[in-house]
Structure formats: C-alpha cells, structure tokens
Design a protein around this ligand. Sequence first.
Ligand SMILES: [Zn+2]
Length: 130
Amino acid sequence: MTAPASFAAGRRAFALGALLAMLAAAPATANPLGFVTPDQWQPHAQVGILERVTLNVHWHDSAKLLREAAAKHNVDNVDLHGFSILRRTATGEWVCDVFVVRMRGALVDNDRTMTFGHEMLHCFGLRHEE
Ligand SMILES: [Zn+2]
C-alpha cells in the first residue's frame, strides 16, 4: 500500500509538511511603494480546488486539548486556534480531519466560527502562505 498524500494546515499556526515546506514563503510582501500585500487564498498546486471531501471533525473542549492534539500530529501549536489535515486515501478519495475547539455557546460569526470556516477552506484544497 502506498502512503496517502496529505498536508496539514492550522489557523495562525501553520503546519508545514514536506510538500508545503517547499512552497512556503513570506506571509506578506511589501511592494516598491511600501504597501503590504495581505495574504490570499490560493489553490494548492498539487490538489487544486476539491468538490468532494469526506470530513471528520474533531471537537475539543479546550484550547489546551486542541494543542495536545496538535502535538500528536506534529503541528506547531503556538497561538493555535485550529488545524486541518487533508489526505488522499489509497483509493483516491480525499479525507479531511478538522481539529477545533467546540463552539458550545459561541456567538455567531465569532473567532471560533471564523476558525472553523478557515479550516474548511483548507479541506477543499486552498492554502495561504503563512
Ligand atoms: Zn490556514
């Protein structure tokens, strides 16, 4: 059996697998006039934008437990809000595992909602520099 292709991404703490490490660059660049260009979503070069992904959500009760999960997956857990791991199975299916803190009692459109949406975009093959 061959190892599935995979990569991990986290909000604010970005996990760089061997694949992404080659693609990593500065998060923002200054143009000659000194304006900083904000980071933008881009399709991952080896994945493209997916239309069908099996999603597994791993809800954690606290940021501490989320960080412990990140450590088990070798994801940098400094200032971590959530992370996701997208992989392709031996049969060619895409599977994404999202790791976030449970949104119990959370306000609509707050930080946890944004983190969840952010990780979902990674699940469909989008990436960013940082
Ligand atoms: Zn991200």
